[in-house]
Design a protein around this ligand. Sequence first.
Ligand code: URA
Length: 230
Amino acid sequence: MSKSRAVRDYLETLALFEEDLYLPREQSIRKSDATVPRELKALEGAVSPLPASLAEFEQSICNCVRCALGQTRTKFVFGDGDAKARVVFVGEAPGHDEDQTGIPFVGRAGQLLNDMLAEVGIDRKSVYICNTLKCRPPGNRDPLPEEKATCRPYLRTQLSLISPEIVVCLGKHAANELLGTDLPMKDLRGRVMPWEGMKLLVTYHPAYYLRNMSQKVHGDADFKLLRSLL
Ligand code: URA
């Protein structure tokens, strides 16, 4: 379908329903290989030289034992999704389900994340999802500062290789890790900030809504904001 036809259809649908509708569901937001230059700039703190690809990088670090979590994890949880995604989501750390499967955000919080993405017409497969830590902290405790520091080059290398337009931080651990701050969510959430030549958007972690569903309106607003940036 041509762009102008799609826009006309969209406006007609809006006129019919007179409400705040978004683009058709489950749209792919993948970069087009033809139009996007792949000039990669290594972020400060990324491994040097940058690996040739995400897959090669994963192979090189998936047996990591640089911190104690390497002894207790079941699976290393590198990341999941499109290696050329325009949007990267960064969570906190793998939980039980992720530790068992090796895939980020596959448990209840992951299901909610998928649903929230679908609600604004974004297909999970067209984004990339990873965590601040690659291994599960026992009992799902908060990541320790030294664990974050040890994993930092891994996240920074992933972001360098993907080079997304937008990084969405799910919760305070991801946000403060990337921003180098120690701020409460009330000062961070719902804001789009310039970060390393990208846009950084902070929203609550989906696990927060599982505990406080009445707060999900804020997440919905943030995801609509994300959609509008694309
Ligand atoms: N919570 C996270 O922060 N990351 C996951 O992968 C799963 C739950």
